[in-house]
Design a protein around this ligand. Sequence first.
Ligand code: BTN
Length: 264
Amino acid sequence: MPININPNRLQESLQTKQLGRKIFYANSVSSTNKWAKKLAKLEASEGTVVVARTQTSGHGRLGRKWISPAGGLWFSVILRPNFDVDKVAKLVFVASLAVAEVLHELYGLDVETKWPNDVLIDGKKVCGILAETSTQNKKASYVVVGIGINANFDVKKSLPQKLWENTLSLETKLGQKIRLEELFRALLEKLEDIYHRFLKTDFTLILGEWKKHARFLGHEVEVTSGSGKLRGLAVDVDDDGSLIIKTRDGTIKHVLVGDISVKQ
Ligand code: BTN
């Protein structure tokens, strides 16, 4: 079974207008997001994609490391949506919805979205998303959306022990390797589809679809953010992408940046 990505072969069958019309592939890079940002500064067009077999210095939100062994799907897409920078966070919902739908459609998996940027299976992280932007007069001149999917590797062989408890790979879940190129193609097509809908329609509709996978809603969560920890009921996600929490004393709080863990 072909488990590697061949960008030329992929492009022949890719059903997109923009996304992946240009694909840069590398065996190893520091970070596909970093590479994509460089290309974006050099005027790379919307939809340009970079993908690497491994990343030596992949990064996640809040400056965290993202360990990227061979077998994973590590890629970044350059978008030029021409909107205000405060809308950029919404693209993370667009991307995580695309991942959740594709993993369900291709492999029949029961997939969960977790605020703000994770995709989980069996409560464990299979995918992380990082959107980075450059602004000019409050407008996003480009957005790089980086997507990392733990695909064809064994978590216990390829990742440090501290990550075993909360991380899952598709290989471990499915008991076999997947066709990486098939997954990549489906993701580019789905991402383009949802991204174009996002540009044309109301974000509320897309957020509504994202919420159907968001099992943490209605549960007690602990939110860790720059301003400390907060515990309460995860009531909803607002149209600006912020998490709405109801604390024990009934106060409603909106959190824009942070992490949540679900309490039993
Ligand atoms: C997170 O969960 O904090 C986000 C992780 C994002 C990882 C992806 S892998 C491809 C792209 N390149 C990076 O350096 N990061 C993103």
